[in-house]
Design a protein around this ligand. Sequence first.
Ligand code: LLP
Length: 452
Amino acid sequence: MAHFERVDIDPDFKTTMDLGAVLPQTAQIKDGHLYIGGVDTVELAKEYGTALYVMDELHIRTQLRNYLEWTRFHWKNVDVVYAGKAFISMAMCKLVEEEGCFLDVSSGGELALALASGFPAERIFSHGNNKTLPELTEAIEAGVGRIVVDSFEELERIDQLACERNLQQSVLIRVTPGVVADTHEYIQTGSEDSKFGFGLKDGLALDAVKRALQLPGVDFRGLHMHIGSQIFALNSYAKAIEVIVHFMDEIREQTGFTVAELDTGGGLGIAYGVPDEPSTIKQYGKVIVDDIKEHCEQHDLPVPRIMVEPGRSIVANAGVTLYTVGTIKAIPNIRTFVAIDGGMTDNIRPALYGARYEPVIANKADKPRDSVVTIAGKHCESGDVVVVNTPLQTAEVGDIVCVFATGAYCQSMASNYNKQVRPGVVFVRDGQSRLVVRRETYDDLMRCEVGL
Ligand code: LLP
């Protein structure tokens, strides 16, 4: 086992409910089974098959409402832009719309899906460091509310496309504030050495703003930043806000233009494991809004319309993945592999980032996690694991394993490696379940084949 160090770990004897903040809001134990949204997850596994993503609708709505409440508590002019890359489906778009939030799309595909769900185009923000010409055209023709501009080339393309259609496209300019957020380097985005946005120190951000102000097809509204993801230390935001508000002052000085909108991106961390203690949405809202207000006051700038762009913290803990145990391989004095009917195709995060998860056995959810195992996937690589060396209730073939906090960046990053069909997604609420994305079929796997 080259990949995983052998570490002696003891069972933690925790039962499911001891996992606290890792769990979906409505998690409960009844008759030894894990229930979410008032629905028995063991029954869900039977009804819809495994692997299966299950999402607690109430949890998602609560998170969206918390963001609205705890940002607007400090400043009335705030909008919450849900980052669809964390998890997007038509049902999710509907829910975001119903809660009065906006939507960030990061590709033409996400835009098409959002529009197909009936999501209002004016509430969509279009993102990406290299939006293709067709993607820009689609966004402009759909009438998206904002395009967040990442490059000089893109500014010119937007201008041309808008002018050809006698339109003006509202844009934000994405700035890299030069702040290194305290998170995994693959998901840091705000440092200067980044493919995203315009740097401040080299003067490129100011040049971009000046150019945007000149272009007739471009309606420059304000600035955007996103310093990274799974951020625990709120002072990373405080630092970036200080820098960006200072830049707003510079823009006014140099161009006479007062920046009217400021989007501070997403990134708030969540609890994947029991020891994780992320900041709350309430604390986050206070830091974002108070710091913007404070720095604007210092620079004698009007407080802009503020946007926040959370993804993970809306959906991660709302979602779980259910799997069935297929084989158990106990290697004496080394480890026990519990193999499930999914793996790196439905959750690439352990292989990609070394991410850790908390699992339980859904049909033994009231029992203590009295053994230590490695939950392995079914794919053809040793690195295909869901959790290495994890406490778990004693597993038997046929048990339903539930892995928590998989609502963000699992389904959206899922693949068909080994021609695995991707799992379906079920929303649960008030004792009811509804399938919102069906499991793929073999026909789906072959639908792009055009012949021999
Ligand atoms: N806004 C922008 C421009 C972003 O690029 C992102 C995430 C967000 C908002 C939402 O960030 P969140 O609140 O979800 O942290 N695949 C990685 C995460 C990549 C994040 C990409 N950008 C993972 O699985 O951890």
